[in-house]
Ligand binder design. Sequence first.
Ligand code: HEC
Length: 125
Amino acid sequence: MKKEESYCKIAWVMTLKWQIVVFSGFILIFLLAAGCHDSSSSGTAERTALSGQKIFRQYCVNCHGARGNLGLNGAGDLTQSELGLESRIEIIRHGKNTMTAFSTVLSDKEIQKVATYTLELNDSL
Ligand code: HEC
């Protein structure tokens, strides 16, 4: 009787060990997956590849709205604007009245992209 009991205990400890091995294996896979996900979403390549639309959605919709015609706080209606690319770039870079300047926030390239995107807002209506 006693012998059988101790055999059971050994078997129990063995399965426990296997459970730990399998469990930590899962954790390892999970961590690897999380690590891969992290590095792909915060890569610098993605940041420099931001499209004009993404920049607009991130920085400009508060005042101009998703379609550019919200006109909050006296913001110009971008769908009605007759300004050319160069003047838009100037306004975005240096700001105008209540519009904040973006030269410290966005790179020249990003400003050019988002300015080009505001020109497209005209056509989309
Ligand atoms: C804090 C609110 C605010 C934010 C944020 C903002 N704007 Fe403006 N924007 C304005 C206001 C107000 C005007 C009108 C300025 C004026 O003529 O007095 C304006 C004007 C403009 C004009 C000129 C329109 C015209 O025909 O006169 C452009 C182009 C423009 N914004 C683009 C952008 C872009 C692109 C962004 C994002 C990078 C942006 N704005 C973010 C408030 C904002």
